[in-house]
Write a protein that binds this ligand. Structure first.
Ligand code: B12
Ligand code: SF4
Length: 440
C-alpha cells in the first residue's frame, strides 16, 4: 500500500498569554496511535503557535493535514484551511470539542474536507487507510453532489489501555514554559489525561455532549509504565487534567507505592462531592500537593441551576478535609453566569471571604458550543452573538449577560464588581476583568 504523509498542525491560540505553553498533547496522542497501529503513513507535527509567518512552516505536498481546534481557535483554523486549500491538494481534516458540537456549521463556515466528530484515533486511522468516507463513522464531509453528510458517531474505544501513551521523545521540553513549573524532585511537569469522559451534565460544560455520559479509565499498570517513561525525561511532577482523576480510589491505591518510591508530586482538579477522608489521606500519602475544586459559585441556587450535582455544604466539607491533611486548595470561580442575582453573587463573595482557600482561579463564563446554555440560550435569558468564526467569542465583557439597563441590572453588576475586586486582590491570576465599565 502507498505510504501517505500526514501533517498535524498545532494552531496559534489568540487568547493564551504564552503561545507555546505546553506540549501539543492531542496531536502527539494521534501521532503515537497512528504509528503504533498502521504502517502506511508518515506523521509529522508542526507547531504554529507563536510563529509569525506560520505559512512558511507548512510543507504543501502532504496527502493529509490534521488540525485540532478549540473554540477560540476557529478563526485562525479558517485562515490555515484557506491557505492550504489555495496551495495544496492535501485533504484537510479538523477535530476537537468545538467541531464535534457543530459539525455542519464547521463544514459550512470553515470548509475543511472532513470533520472528526468525537474520539479521533480510530477515525483518522480509517481515513488514512483510504476507506470510502461514506463507510467511516464519526465524520462529516461533502459527497459528490456537494451535500454535507454527517455519519453516525463511531463507538468509543472500549479499553483505552489499547491507546498507547503519547511519546514525547522528539520534543525539547525547555521550549515549553508551562512544563517548567518546578517542584523539588522534578525538572519538568506534564499535564496528563488518565481517563476519558464524565458522568455529569453541568450546563456550562460540553463534556456531556462530547463523551455522551461515558467514563473510561486507564489502568494503574498502564499509568505506571507511562510515569516511568516520563521520568526518563526528568518529569516527576504530574498535573492530571482528568475531570475525575481521584474518583477511582482503588486505582489510586495501586499507584501510591509508585508515587512514593519515586518521590513524585502531583495535583488534579476534583469535585467536592467525591472528597472523603480516606481519599484525601491517600492523596496526601502519595504526593498530592494541591487540588483545584470546581466550586463555580457559593450559591446553592446557582449550583442547582448549573446541574453541578454538588452543594455549598459539600464544597465546605471538601475544603476542610483537604486542609486537615495539608493539601492546598485552589478553586475555580465562574463569573458572569446567566440568571445570577445580587443575592447569589453576594453568597459567592461570602463563601470566598470565609473559606480557607489558598488560590482563586477566576474565569468568565463563555457559552462554548456543546454546552446546554449555548444550545438553549433563551431558556437562560442569554444572547448568543451570531458569529460563524467565533472571532470575539472569548472577549470577556461581550458575554456578560447582565446589561445595565435596569436598577436590578445595575445592582447585580455592582455586586459582581465587588466580587471581582475581592478575587483580584486575592488571586495571582489577574486577568483583566473590567466589568465596572458596564455600570452607569
Ligand atoms: C489540557 C487542556 C488544556 C491545556 C492544554 C491545551 C493543549 N493545547 O493541549 C490548557 C491549560 C492550555 C488549556 C487551555 C484552554 N482550554 Co482546555 N482543556 C484541556 C483538557 C483538560 C484536556 C485536553 C486533552 O489533552 N485531552 C485528551 C485528548 C486526547 O483529547 P482531545 O483533545 O479532545 O482530542 C481527541 C478528540 O477531540 C479528537 N481530536 C481533537 N483534535 C483532533 C485533530 C485531528 C486531526 C484528529 C484526527 C482528531 C482530533 O481526537 C482526540 C483523541 O480522541 C480538555 C478537557 C478534556 N478532558 O479533554 C480541556 C478543553 C479542551 N479546554 C477547553 C477550553 C475551553 C480551554 C480554554 C478556552 C479555557 C479558558 N477559559 O481559558 C483555554 C484555551 C486554549 C486555547 N488554545 O486557546 C474546552 C474546549 C471547549 C471548546 N469548545 O473548544 C475543553 C474541552 C474543556 C471543557 N470541557 O470545556 N486546556
Ligand atoms: S464541569 Fe466537570 S463535572 Fe461538570 S460535566 Fe464538565 S467535566 Fe463533568
Amino acid at each position: 500500500m502507498e505510504r501517505k504523509n500526514l501533517i498535524l498542525l498545532q494552531l496559534p491560540s489568540p487568547y493564551l498569554l504564552v503561545q507555546k505553553w505546553v506540549l501539543p498533547m492531542t496531536l502527539i496522542n494521534i501521532k503515537t496511535y497512528l504509528l503504533s497501529k498502521t504502517y502506511n503513513c508518515n506523521v509529522k507535527i508542526i507547531n504554529l503557535a507563536g510563529v509569525k509567518n506560520w505559512q512558511n512552516l507548512i510543507p504543501l505536498d502532504a496527502d493529509y493535514y490534521g488540525i485540532s481546534a478549540f473554540t477560540p481557535q476557529i478563526k485562525v483554523a479558517k485562515q490555515v484551511i484557506d491557505f492550504l486549500k489555495e496551495r495544496s491538494k492535501g485533504k484537510i481534516i479538523i477535530g476537537g470539542h468545538h467541531v464535534t458540537a457543530l459539525p455542519v456549521e464547521t463544514m459550512e463556515n470553515l470548509d475543511p474536507d472532513i470533520v472528526i466528530i468525537g474520539e479521533g484515533e480510530e477515525i483518522i486511522k480509517e481515513i488514512i487507510s483510504g476507506k470510502d468516507l461514506s463507510e467511516i463513522m464519526g465524520i462529516a464531509y461533502r459527497d459528490n453532489k456537494n451535500q454535507i453528510i454527517v455519519n453516525d458517531r463511531m463507538p468509543f474505544i472500549k479499553d483505552i489501555d489499547n491507546i498507547p501513551f503519547p511519546k514525547i521523545d522528539e520534543f525539547n521540553l525547555d521550549e515549553y514554559p508551562g512544563m517548567k513549573l518546578l517542584s523539588p524532585n522534578s525538572k519538568y511537569q506534564i499535564g496528563l489525561v488518565t481517563s476519558r469522559g464524565c458522568p455529569h451534565k453541568c450546563i456550562f460544560c460540553d463534556a456531556n455532549n462530547f463523551w455522551m455520559n461515558t467514563l473510561r479509565y486507564h489502568s494503574a499498570d498502564y499509568l505506571i509504565e507511562q510515569f516511568n517513561y516520563l521520568r526518563s525525561f526528568g518529569i516527576n511532577n504530574f498535573r492530571f487534567d482528568d475531570d475525575n482523576f481521584a474518583l477511582k480510589t482503588k486505582r489510586l491505591e495501586k499507584l501510591v507505592d509508585n508515587f512514593v518510591s519515586n518521590k513524585s508530586t502531583w495535583h488534579c482538579p476534583i469535585r467536592s462531592d467525591t472528597v472523603t477522608d480516606n481519599l484525601v489521606r491517600l492523596m496526601k500519602e502519595s504526593g498530592c500537593t494541591h487540588v483545584s475544586i470546581g466550586v463555580e459559585t457559593g450559591s446553592d441556587k446557582m449550583l442547582k441551576l448549573l446541574k453541578k450535582a454538588t452543594t455549598v455544604e459539600k464544597h465546605k466539607q471538601a475544603i476542610a478535609l483537604l486542609k486537615k491533611y495539608g493539601i492546598k486548595v485552589d478553586t475555580y470561580i465562574l463569573l458572569g453566569l446567566p440568571l445570577e442575582t445580587e443575592e447569589t453573587i453576594n453568597e459567592t463573595l461570602e463563601f470566598c471571604k470565609t473559606q480557607p482557600i489558598d488560590h482563586f482561579d477566576i474565569a468568565t463564563f463563555v457559552p462554548f458550543p456543546g454546552n446546554e446554555i449555548y444550545h438553549n440560550p433563551s431558556k437562560y435569558n442569554f444572547d448568543i452573538e451570531n458569529d460563524p468564526l467565533f472571532s470575539n467569542f472569548y472577549t470577556k465583557s461581550n458575554y456578560f449577560p447582565v446589561k445595565s439597563v435596569s436598577e436590578e441590572g445595575n445592582r447585580v453588576l455592582k455586586m459582581q464588581t465587588k466580587l471581582i475586586e475581592f478575587l483580584l486582590e486575592r488571586s495571582t491570576n489577574k486577568r483583566a476583568f473590567n466589568f465596572s465599565n458596564n455600570i452607569k
